[in-house]
Write a protein that binds this ligand. Structure first.
Ligand SMILES: Cc1ncc(COP(=O)(O)O)c(C=O)c1O
Length: 472
């Protein structure tokens, strides 16, 4: 049966037309998630490679791939097959019992970390990213006996209560009461919009010096100079900010920060949930900076968006059985056999494929094409990226003032599915991030082909032109 015939059959079988389904959604689904950020609601039916398909067959080129959860392409056969095999072999098992895939996956991850960071450590699994962040907070608290942490302005660590407390955006905490463990938020080196109004060429890492200054006297609130104790026991970082707008800091930044953290025994917790698993061209984004975290947190693309699995790696001294003993944390589905089986296959795929060079060369080509567009359109204020994590900042004609209205218009035009570049009616899936919600954060599939990158540029340009006309 052809794909179109399958789609038609599915539509018939489901029996509900789109309008009826949307009415049911409006009435029975909670609106507390992010679906209603836009009015352009779509119901998708199929996904493959870099594309999503609506029930009528309209094709959408996806440049955000489930916020970087699907790095290896939709319906990746090798990874889907691993899931199917596990369904036939060991589909369910309480996490209290062992299965081979969990042990092999933990070993492979810990051994990779040991090769990279020359540090022994262990892996603890969970289901979603936020849950793994919660686990990391427990490890930090257990080790330090403290609970306050530093985190970055523009950082995003999830929406459970603990993760919200260390996520800078107040919008996520507003309406949910008092957060006693709210982090102390430090400006991120977002050089295009420097918090201190400095220029990268001449700032001499003013932001690092400002952080260091906090420790100068007890009256700056973080240090007891009498015994050297710092009230803040860890610094949670995303080396490349995700939701914050795929901001790439200068390479020297993290080594400088780490020096200060080491001076005051502050742990470095590396949130790689979005940027890990080769999104930036390295297994973990922190590897670009040559510093070793005390804890690394991962999720999303570990299972390519199939049965979710997240986890933390922590240095042995933080997570050894003596300090983080049985029952320290637990979740019913934490090391579920379906998730661990897919993740194990993902790691094997990574071991057999040179994603470092593939991601870098595709990213460079994509970036160069966007830089060409930037020359044509003053509304593109900044284009940057690392590997296949790319950012396009949409501004007013001055190339600097954020233009959220134009950004939203471009998203909706892409989502309308009515673009025609490439000679066919299509849509374009874009995700918006950034401090002013004016940044397209692009996380395309690692298997995106050159001709698809060219198509993406043409579709983006068409949406941009239409957006400029609509918002003028
Ligand atoms: C850097 C980062 N940390 C944590 C999270 C939270 O993960 P989850 O949505 O799976 O709970 C996300 C999700 O986008 C993320 O990007």
């Amino acid at each position: 049966m052809t794909k179109t015939a399958v789609m038609k059959k599915n539509q018939k079988q489901s029996g509900q037309d789109k309008e009826e389904l949307l009415k049911l959604e409006a009435k029975y689904c909670s609106w507390g998630d992010t679906v209603h950020y836009t009015d352009e609601l779509k119901i998708f039916d199929r996904s493959e490679g870099s594309y999503l398909y609506e029930r009528d067959g309209t094709e959408y080129l996806d440049l955000q791939m489930w916020y970087s959860a699907v790095n290896f392409g939709y319906a990746n056969k090798r990874l889907c097959d691993a899931l199917k095999r596990q369904i036939d072999k060991l589909p369910q098992l309480a996490c209290q019992y062992l299965h081979e895939e969990k042990i092999l996956l933990a070993s492979k991850l810990a051994q990779r970390m040991e090769r990279t960071f020359k540090e022994k450590g262990r892996i603890h699994f969970n289901v979603g990213g936020s849950a793994a962040i919660e686990d990391s907070l427990k490890v930090v608290r257990r080790h330090t006996n403290r609970n306050l942490v530093f985190a970055f302005m523009g950082g995003y660590h999830g929406r459970t209560l603990g993760a919200s407390a260390i996520t800078s955006s107040f919008r996520y905490r507003d309406r949910f009461g008092y957060f006693a463990d709210r982090a102390l938020f430090i400006p991120f080196p977002y050089c295009f919009r420097c918090y201190y109004g400095k220029k990268r060429e001449s700032c001499d890492f003013y932001c690092v010096k400002q952080f260091e200054k906090l420790f100068e006297t007890e009256y700056y609130s973080v240090l007891n100079p009498k015994n050297g104790h710092c009230e803040f026991c860890a610094f949670y970082v995303e080396p490349i900010q995700g939701t914050g707008g795929y901001v790439v800091p200068p390479l020297e930044y993290f080594p400088k920060l780490k020096e200060i953290l080491d001076r005051y025994n502050i742990l470095l917790v590396d949130d790689e949930i979005q940027m890990g698993i080769f999104r930036t061209g390295k297994f973990l984004a922190i590897e670009h900076f040559g510093v070793t975290p005390d804890i690394a947190v991962f999720g999303k693309a570990l299972t390519n968006g199939l049965n979710p699995l997240s986890g933390i790696w922590a240095k042995e001294k933080l997570i050894s059985p003596e300090v983080f003993g049985p029952g320290s944390t637990h979740s019913t589905f934490s090391s579920n056999p379906l998730g661990t089986a897919v993740a194990l296959e993902t790691i094997k795929l990574i071991e057999e494929t040179d994603f470092a060079s593939q991601v870098n060369s595709k990213g460079k080509y994509f970036l160069a094409r966007f830089k060409q567009l930037m020359k044509k359109y003053p509304e593109i204020g900044d284009v940057d990226g690392l590997g296949l994590a790319l950012r396009i900042e949409i501004c007013k004609k001055d190339g600097y003032t954020p233009d959220k209205k134009l950004t939203d218009a471009i998203v909706d035009i892409g989502l309308s599915g009515k673009l025609t570049a490439g000679g066919k009616r299509r849509g374009l899936i874009l995700d918006v991030g950034g401090y002013y919600k004016n940044v397209f954060t692009l996380a395309p599939s690692f298997y995106i082909e050159k001709k698809e990158i060219d198509l993406a540029i043409d579709l983006f340009e068409e949406a941009l032109k239409k957006g400029i006309a609509a918002t003028a």
